[in-house]
Design a protein around this ligand. Structure first.
Ligand code: B12
Length: 217
């Protein structure tokens, strides 16, 4: 009987994340943990919801607004479960450092990308917005990520990405690091031009490309 209730609450968590009901998703996650559900199971349901949101997006059944809501609900469930997970349970796909480049304060797209990356099993460290080249460099030295994600949302801040890659080369940090870029004005052509390893068209494409970069299926 108890097992059945736990299963129901997990199904409800998945549904709440998928439909973007963030307060409900977070309350259910708290309740599930309180009633003895394993944090990893709660995470798995939230991840399944993000995978399903991706399928709906690819079929044009979900629009950008729907995905933003799912990403926000995923984020608040993560707030509950992340501190309870053992280190082996997060980041099984690898570690990503992500940030919006200097001079740029946009972050909605980045929030969505973080949710899909976490949904795909990556540990993600968010450096925030308006991140200087020096901060990217020192965090890469300190945290040794597999992937650096750079977000840029204005044509006026695009050149920052090129400068970051140049600086990483100078510092000898480029060889062991994959670089993935995205944002409103970014294209595959620009990624090729500045020597990035991948461009993410949208949040789901970003998660697929990230898995490809580290060889995870
Ligand atoms: C919302 C918005 C704002 C909000 C930002 C809120 C926030 N918290 O982010 C506010 C109002 C604060 C804002 C401010 C400004 N904005 Co504005 N903003 C927008 C707007 C309307 C939508 C951007 C957005 O959030 N899109 C939704 C997200 C989900 O989509 P996305 O960003 O493309 O992200 C997707 C993909 O690109 C990809 N992706 C995103 N990030 C990453 C990262 C990686 C690593 C990867 C792989 C993939 C990836 O996945 C995402 C999800 O699918 C755009 C116009 C537009 N149509 O894009 C203008 C726009 C970006 N803004 C613009 C401007 C000019 C400004 C301001 C300078 C305005 C002003 N005069 O004050 C300021 C900038 C301040 C600063 N220094 O940054 C211009 C930029 C023009 C240019 N030069 O390129 C735009 C294009 C509007 C326009 N047509 O003029 N803005």
């Amino acid at each position: 009987m108890i097992k059945l209730d736990k299963n129901k609450i997990l199904i409800d968590i998945k549904k709440a994340v998928l439909t973007g009901e963030d307060a409900l998703a977070q309350n259910l996650a708290r309740k599930a943990i309180k009633e003895g559900a394993e944090p990893i199971k709660v995470l798995n349901e939230a991840q399944n919801a993000m995978i399903e949101a991706g399928e709906l997006w690819k079929r044009n059944d979900y629009f950008q607004g729907d995905v933003v809501l799912s990403a926000e609900a995923f984020h608040v469930v993560m707030e509950v479960v992340e501190p309870l997970l053992s280190s082996g349970e997060i980041g099984k796909s690898g570690k990503v450092i992500i940030g919006t480049v200097a001079g740029d304060m946009h972050n909605l797209g980045k929030i969505m990308v973080i949710a899909t990356l976490r949904g795909a099993g990556f540990e993600v460290v968010d450096l925030g917005e308006d991140v200087s080249i020096q901060t990217f460099i020192s965090k890469i030295k300190q945290l040794k990520p597999n992937i650096l994600g750079l977000g840029c949302y204005m044509t006026t801040t695009m050149m920052e990405m090129k400068e970051i890659i140049k600086e990483l080369q100078k510092e000898g940090l480029r060889n062991n690091l994959k670089i993935m870029i995205g944002g409103v004005p970014i294209t595959q052509e620009y990624a090729n031009e500045i020597g990035a390893d991948a461009w993410g068209k949208d949040a789901f494409d970003a998660a697929d490309k990230a898995k490809g970069l580290v060889g995870v299926k």
